[in-house]
Design a protein around this ligand. Structure first.
Ligand SMILES: Nc1nc2c(c(=O)[nH]1)N[C@H]1C(S)=C(S)[C@@H](COP(=O)(O)O)O[C@H]1N2
Ligand SMILES: [Mo]
Length: 410
């Protein structure tokens, strides 16, 4: 992809928005703002239950918290195969986030259990290492947390803490090779420029095993969809860990440390842990004793065309669609039920955008009678991994139960 100037990029977005048709809601409109913003600069109206706010370089997004910013992508933007940078969700943990970065003084430092520590400007990274690109899904561990029953504390995301982008940058393994990792190295840690308000809160530091850090697909990205990263999404450089939840995708990356021992920082040892089983699931009255750091994304599918409470006209063709997220195994099939799970029909799949991308599904449906309907969707991967009816954990992570979207045929 040729890199676009910001103005050209915005122009493309508004074009895409204006020509894409979604959903089949009758009026009054769904609680979500209407699709196809005429121009990305044009503010969408705030709608009932939540307010939209506009941050620098961003379209109006759904506000969850403002310090630190947690901003959700409204459903309408999931018409795009690559989520526009301006609409991409935002999640930070610490209140002191970078708001201005001077590229003259910015350096990425790599040190620890290596023979040759590195200190690289963004220009050095671009010039000294081979550029690579991947289309990959970035999904917060807490995406869809608001749907857990019983309710779980934490940011109450709907479906919008996920996006898919084309990330361009350099392979982490090429930097590790340049630094000559010493034998006995075990793990690699990553830290950005954000800081806690007081020393009582731990710096946001994440780790990967050295083996994972050396996989081909693990990257440090300086571009997102052909443009520099928005500051809220990690300018000038962020980790991209395809197939894994976004908690490892450290933003405004400034320090990489190679360790010869396991890392036991707060954000690995205490936070972002899940029950140690394939379903990442436990029961509220029988919490798992054994937990592990969250890792690969579980398969999950959702409706991008349709929101709870939508009114769908009777006897008119309605094109349902949505997306499947997963950790990098081919999608075998997607099934949709328009009668609350009694009958399931295969949906059509769009062409794959790449191993780590999401996959769009579509199904045309002409409802025959009016009344309330429960829409459901479930995806299965080639390795047999599929979505369960029930799944729950105390932190509200990695939700992948089969969703139900209640709508009204009118
Ligand atoms: N430096 C830094 N990087 C971070 C975080 C953070 O708090 N600080 N949060 C992580 C989490 S939990 C998520 S979900 C993603 C969100 O990425 P986004 O804001 O670009 O959507 O960033 C990850 N990288
Ligand atoms: Mo997250």
């Amino acid at each position: 992809m040729r890199s676009l100037s910001r103005r050209e990029f915005l122009a493309q977005l508004s074009l895409a928005g204006a020509t894409t048709l979604v959903g089949c809601q009758s009026s009054p409109k769904s609680p979500h703002p209407s699709a196809s913003p005429a121009s990305p600069a044009q503010a969408l109206l705030p709608v009932d239950q939540f307010s939209l706010v506009q941050y620098p370089e961003k379209l109006p997004l759904r506000l969850l918290t403002d310090r630190p910013p947690q901003l959700e992508t409204p459903l309408e933007y999931y018409v795009h195969d690559l989520t526009p940078n301006e609409a991409f969700y935002v999640r930070w943990h610490l209140s002191e986030i970078p708001t201005r970065i001077d590229l003259d003084s910015y350096r990425l430092r790599l040190g620890g259990h290596v023979d040759k520590s590195l200190s690289l400007s963004l220009d050095d990274l671009r010039k000294q290492f081979e550029p690579v690109a991947v289309v990959a899904v970035n999904q917060c561990s807490g995406n869809q947390r608001s749907f857990f029953d019983p309710h779980v504390a934490g940011a109450q995301w709907l479906n919008g803490a996920v996006g898919c982008a084309r990330w361009t940058g350099v392979r982490l393994k090429d930097l590790l090779a340049a630094a000559k990792v010493r034998s006995g190295a075990l793990e690699v840690t990553f830290q950005g420029l954000d800081r806690p308000p007081t020393s009582a809160v731990a710096n946001f530091v994440k780790s990967l095993s050295l083996e994972h850090a050396n996989q081909d697909e693990v990257m440090l990205a300086y571009e997102m969809n052909g443009a520099p990263l928005p500051i809220l999404n990690g300018f000038p450089l962020r980790m991209v860990v395809p197939g894994w939840y976004a908690t490892y995708w450290v933003k405004a990356l400034s320090q990489i440390q190679v360790l010869d021992r396991p890392f036991d920082g707060y954000w690995m040892k205490s936070a972002y842990r899940i029950p140690n089983n394939d379903e990442m699931s436990e029961a509220p009255d029988k919490l798992a004793k054994d937990t592990v750091p969250i890792h690969r994304m579980l398969v999950h599918s959702f409706f991008s065309s349709t929101a709870p409470g939508d009114k769908i006209p009777v006897a008119r063709p309605c094109s349902l669609q949505g997306l499947v997220t997963h950790s990098g195994t081919e999608v075998k099939g997607v099934e949709v039920s328009t009668d609350d799970g009694r009958n399931w029909q295969p949906a059509q799949l769009d062409a794959s955008l790449g191993r780590y991308a999401w996959r769009r599904w579509r199904l045309d449906w002409t409802p025959q009678q009016s009344g309330p309907v429960g829409l459901r969707v479930r995806a299965t991967l080639e390795n047999g991994e599929t979505q369960p009816e029930q799944q729950w954990n105390r932190s509200g992570y990695a939700r992948n139960a089969i969703e139900r979207v209640p709508v009204e045929v009118v």
